[in-house]
Design a protein around this ligand. Structure first.
Ligand SMILES: C[S@@+](CC[C@H](N)C(=O)[O-])C[C@H]1O[C@@H](n2cnc3c(N)ncnc32)[C@H](O)[C@@H]1O
Length: 350
């Protein structure tokens, strides 16, 4: 009997390495969050070079633990170490310093919030059950996470809000006054940015009562506080008023199934004036392989653990929903460098 040469059935090293990295990715997030929470990057701002003992003293931390943390941060290239002292690593370091112009550190409260972190631990249950199993989730009235989102998501919202204002710039001046409804406004930036571009605009910002004071503060900071009106409560229930020239529904349709989203769009349609416009903003999925555009598919997982039936919908699903709700002529707008899509549709003239 001749023996067969042994076949190595182990997957290539690269595949194993990738899997090990995935298994530990949460540690990187945790290190970044800890560095931000303790003010460690701020401590190294302005090109400061310091050793672990000095940083521990400045931040009132344990020296040994500070050394371990700094070395781990150096290991993932967030700080630089010469073996004794530490500086911020370029180019990421300055983005983590609170007073720097490009600061994005607060986004960790949105992208890796304790609510999201805990929710994802229940992903297997959500997959078994078909939706959230949490007692408190994104559809819970006055969910506290939405306060953090309203407070800290401006960095990602502003470029898209600018794009919406630009997309309406040719049409909006023809409507005076321009009455704008911002459904589930959160931080309120979409409505307020439009108000800054259109001096004749007045904004009705709708959200839960715990979120609206944050929107109010932003309206004042953006110089449009006198043109903001608050609509407080459940967007599926409270009278929306109107008619409005523009109805904004941004980053909220993915919280719902097509059927529930259609309910919201029908309410929006009833509140939008003939000749007015509805603006949808959010992720969309297309028919291509998920690996070509991973963001929306990963976001759908958050919707799975956090909502009853939410998911990222396709452009064609939105077109179908808009048509059913009585809107026509949908147009698609992209934001360069950002995954969000903007769909603008018309309410026909009466
Ligand atoms: C992802 S944030 C979107 C905020 C903003 N429109 C944006 O584009 O960034 C979702 C917002 O919807 C609000 N929201 C969710 N369900 C709601 C409901 N039934 N009635 C009113 N607001 C709701 C939340 O409080 C939160 O501010």
């Amino acid at each position: 009997m001749t023996s067969q040469p042994a076949t190595d059935v182990r997957p290539p090293l690269e595949a194993r390495t990738r899997l090990f990295q995935m298994m530990q990715a949460y540690k990187t997030t945790s290190l970044l969050a800890t560095g931000l929470e303790l003010g460690l990057f701020d401590c190294l701002a302005g090109g400061r070079q310091a050793d672990a003992d000095t940083i521990a003293t400045l931040l009132d931390l344990d020296p040994r633990a500070t050394r371990l943390l700094l070395n781990a941060l150096a290991a993932i290239d967030l700080v630089h170490s010469d073996g004794r002292s530490y500086t911020l690593a370029e180019p990421v370091g300055p983005l983590l310093v609170r007073d720097s112009p490009g600061y994005i550190g607060d986004m960790i409260k949105v992208l890796a919030s304790p609510w999201e972190w805990e929710a994802l631990r229940k992903l297997p249950d959500a997959v078994r059950h078909g939706g959230t199993v949490l007692a408190e989730h994104a559809e819970t009235p006055e969910y506290p996470y939405w306060e953090d989102f309203a407070l800290y998501a401006s960095a990602i919202a502003q470029p898209t809000a600018n794009k919406v204002a630009e997309a309406l710039a040719g049409w909006a001046p023809g409507r005076d006054p321009l009455r704008v409804l911002d459904l589930a406004c959160g931080h309120g930036l979409y409505g307020f940015t439009l108000a800054r571009h259109q001096p004749q605009a007045e904004i009705w910002s709708l959200d839960w009562p715990n979120v609206l004071p944050i929107a109010r503060k932003h309206a004042e900071q953006m110089g449009v506080g006198d043109r903001m009106n608050a609509l407080v409560g459940d967007m599926f229930e409270i009278p929306l008023g109107g008619p409005y020239d523009v109805t904004l529904i941004t980053n909220v349709m993915h919280h719902f199934s097509e059927q529930r989203g259609l309910e919201l769009l029908r309410r929006a349609s009833a509140a939008t004036a003939p000749g007015g416009k509805v603006v949808l903003v959010g992720f969309t999925v297309d028919d291509g392989p998920p690996a070509l555009d991973p963001g929306p598919h990963l976001f759908s997982i958050l919707m799975l653990v956090w909502t009853f039936q939410g998911e990222v919908h396709s452009v064609s699903t939105y077109e179908r929903m808009l048509a059913t709700a009585g809107f026509v002529n949908p147009t698609l707008h992209q934001v360069p460098g950002l995954p969000m899509r903007i769909i603008i549709a018309d309410k026909p003239e009466a």
